[in-house]
Design a protein around this ligand. Structure first.
Ligand SMILES: C[S@@+](CC[C@H](N)C(=O)[O-])C[C@H]1O[C@@H](n2cnc3c(N)ncnc32)[C@H](O)[C@@H]1O
Length: 433
């Protein structure tokens, strides 16, 4: 049936693991597109899909998960500003030149615009940096360029930045022109080979995409990210993805809650198994290399003088926040997270178990236990931990996504699909809020 063929096609072209969006998500997108094309015969739609790149793009637009908001995981932006400042000091790796940053995937623009706001807030001038923003969804890129955002894009407790960087317009809020000018949007696929003439980036944000890939595709994607990074560059991933770069040899920068990594050393751990691609479905010919945006001159325009920036040593890790005295549970949980971030997976597993014994089960501790076990190859214990997370916190999206991937790897396709459906419903619900 065409559902399987479409799953294979989407996996091959954009790396999507259909288990993470669920059969109902994929079915819904297919029905939508067939209705839009006024086609009722699935075989006729399949022929159209495989013969028309435009239709493939429309299906991708319909099926992907655009979930994003301003200053999601705020510590990542603070870490970016600190490291970026350290890179630009005289004789630093960027030595006074404008920083090159990329948000890939950028979705509807909240992430790259947050990067620009954070850098301005940290004292950077417009000529000090330029941000490329890349996504596979043309629909998301259109929304990003339009740049009018409703309540769903402002989710943190602190949205004070909106007063400083946005104008109220019909339908929501739009970032000021000086923020928008810093970001250049481009269409691109993370999985396409990186063209040889793309200058490397100083900062690479790739958050909340790896989680939708299976293990082989995650490895391919991490290798692409490595190619995009300058030797001194920083990679930032999503909170539910922090175990993945470690498995590919990236080194944690040990910045609490920033999920930030340095490039792998020259020799990286071998892939857990040779990168396998699913059988091609349809006539998907050779793909062009990802034409990442080339270096561009810094924007030449007047800007208000900003306070001098204080140089930091390049390698200085940001000190961990000091917990209030007596906050033993938070300290103990931070120790679990530190061990996991540093790749000490056995220590992380033990510390998580000790934490649960001492302070009782919590979704946060069980989730860290699940991640550490998952990364350490202890699949049975990881499944058990993720299931407990979902018992305590049924809407824990990351646990749902990880458990779905794990079940799928174990061959439990039905279980993975059920969880994928649940994840999809959860995301739809939060989109409506
Ligand atoms: C959940 S959003 C993440 C957005 C943002 N980075 C964040 O963390 O808030 C995932 C995005 O990945 C994009 N995407 C999916 N597959 C992709 C691929 N192969 N290459 C580039 N973008 C992709 C989707 O279009 C979607 O906008």
């Amino acid at each position: 049936m065409i559902l399987d063929d479409v799953e294979h096609l989407l996996h091959e072209r954009i790396g999507l693991d259909a288990g993470t969006v669920g059969a109902s998500g994929l079915n819904f997108a297919l029905k939508q597109r067939m209705a839009a094309c006024a086609v009722t015969d699935p075989a006729a739609y399949w022929r159209r899909l495989t013969a028309t790149p435009q239709e493939l793009q429309e299906l991708i637009n319909a099926v992907i998960v655009p979930e994003t908001w301003f200053f999601r995981d705020p510590k990542a932006y603070a870490a970016m500003a600190d490291r970026g400042r350290a890179m630009r000091v005289p004789d630093g790796p960027a030595n006074g030149r404008p920083l090159r940053l990329i948000s890939l995937p950028c979705s509807t623009g909240e992430e790259p615009y947050s990067m620009a706001m954070a850098l301005f807030d940290a004292g950077f001038a417009a000529t000090d940096f330029a941000i490329d923003a890349v996504d596979i969804s043309t629909r998301n890129l259109t929304t990003a360029a339009h740049a009018v955002y409703g309540r769903n894009s402002f989710r943190g407790a602190d949205v004070e930045f909106r007063d400083r960087h946005f104008n109220a317009v019909e339908g929501g809020h739009r970032p000021h022109a000086d923020i928008r000018r810093q970001v250049r949007f481009r269409h691109g696929n993370l999985l396409d080979p990186v063209a040889a003439d793309v200058p490397p980036y100083d900062v690479v944000f790739c958050r909340n995409l790896l989680i939708y890939f299976d293990r082989d595709t995650q490895e391919r994607a991490l290798d692409r990210l490595d190619r995009l990074m300058a030797p001194h560059a920083m990679l930032v991933v999503g909170s539910g993805e922090a175990g993945l770069p470690l498995m590919r040899g990236f080194a944690s920068l040990r910045i609490p809650m920033a999920f930030a990594f340095a490039k792998p050393a020259a020799t990286k751990p071998a892939a857990t198994k040779p990168a396998a691609t699913k059988p091609a479905a349809g006539n998907s010919g050779p793909k062009p290399a990802l034409r990442m945006p080339a270096a561009r001159p810094a924007p030449a325009r007047a800007h208000t003088p900003r306070p001098a920036v204080v140089p930091l040593p390049v390698a200085a890790p940001v000190p961990a926040p000091v917990a209030p005295p007596g906050n033993a549970a938070a300290d103990s949980l931070a120790a679990v997270e530190r061990a996991a971030n540093e790749g000490r997976l056995g220590d992380a597993r033990q510390a998580a178990r000790r934490h649960i014994e001492a302070f009782g089960p919590s979704a946060a501790a069980l989730y860290l236990l699940g991640l550490a076990c998952d990364a350490d190859g202890a699949a049975v214990e990881a499944v058990e931990a993720y299931r407990k997370v979902l018992y305590l916190a049924p809407d824990h999206g990351e646990a749902l996504a990880h458990l779905a991937l794990l079940l799928r790897r174990q061959g439990d396709v039905a279980g993975a699909k059920a969880l994928g459906d649940r994840l999809r419903r959860l995301e739809k619900r939060s989109e409506r809020r």
